[in-house]
Structure formats: structure tokens, C-alpha cells
Design a protein around this ligand. Structure first.
Ligand SMILES: [Zn+2]
Length: 159
């Protein structure tokens, strides 16, 4: 691999807030993750990558990640957050899950696993365990099953 690929691209003065004492283990890990996925480690990607990939698995929307980025003083537009999430997804770092017609969630766990979607609360969580599919349908002629997405929709009980 090209050694230069792991350098943070120059030419962005505001990038100086990343280089320096804040280049820690997490940043290195994040940088390597992006490079391994074939993505140039730009300031935006590093800022969002650190929010996404340094903790345990999580589910975010563009809006929720944008709010986190604001709180972390990363000056990014919602459009940039959305584009970056799509780039991460195309690079295989995230899995997109369309829980309802409007909103996409992005899962840092790219393995196939079932989810609970809490309707009205806009929350997606993993189903811990207990889902067993005993019979898969036959694929249509000329096709194969690519993956199986299971989303169990929950709503609050009316008391
Ligand atoms: Zn998940």
C-alpha cells in the first residue's frame, strides 16, 4: 500500500485541529479503517468515522449523527454527513437499513442481524437473540437470495 495514503490530505487549514495532540490511537485506528476501505481520509470522514467506529456497534441516522457532530464541534453540513454515510456504506463500512419509508438507519455492524424498530420513537436496536428461521423460501428462477433483512416493528402499548 502507498505510504502516502495514510496521510491526512493537506490544503485544509482547519485540519490543524486534528493533527497534533489529538492524533491518538482512536484517530489512527479510524484512519487505517478508511484507508483499508479504499477511502481517502479527509477531515470530514475522520471526524464522522471517529463518532461511528470507535465505540461499540451503533445505529445512526444522518440527522442524529449530524447532531453529534455539532456537539463535538465538527463543522459539517447535514448534506456532508449524508454523503459521507453513503460513501461509508458503499465502501462496506456501514449497512443501510430502511426501517420506514422515509428514514434510513446506518448500522456499524455490517453483519446480517435482525432489528427492532420502535415506531414513533425513531429508534432502531438489535434483537438480542431468539429469532430462528426454520425455512427459507426458494429464490425465483435465475436468482439467489442475497440477504434477509428482518425488522420487527414495535409500538407502545396503549394502557
Ligand atoms: Zn444492528
Amino acid at each position: 500500500m502507498d505510504m502516502h495514503a495514510t496521510k491526512i490530505p493537506a490544503g485544509d487549514d482547519s485540519g490543524s485541529d486534528i493533527v497534533g495532540p489529538e492524533v491518538d490511537e482512536g484517530m489512527q485506528h479510524c484512519l487505517q479503517l478508511l484507508v483499508d476501505a479504499g477511502l481517502r481520509p479527509t477531515r470530514q470522514r475522520l471526524a464522522l468515522g471517529q463518532l461511528l467506529f470507535l465505540r461499540s456497534h451503533r445505529h445512526v441516522t444522518a440527522e442524529s449523527l449530524y447532531e453529534e457532530a455539532m456537539a463535538a464541534n465538527a463543522h459539517l453540513s447535514l448534506a456532508t454527513v449524508y454523503n459521507t454515510l453513503n460513501q461509508f456504506t458503499e465502501a462496506g463500512l456501514l449497512r443501510r437499513i430502511a426501517a420506514d419509508g422515509i428514514k434510513s438507519f446506518f448500522d456499524t455492524d455490517t453483519s446480517v442481524h435482525p432489528h427492532f424498530y420502535l415506531e414513533g420513537e425513531d429508534v432502531l436496536v438489535d434483537v438480542a437473540d431468539g429469532l430462528a428461521l426454520t425455512k427459507m423460501p426458494e429464490a425465483l428462477p435465475g436468482h439467489e437470495i442475497a440477504r434477509l433483512d428482518v425488522i420487527v416493528h414495535l409500538r407502545r402499548k396503549s394502557v
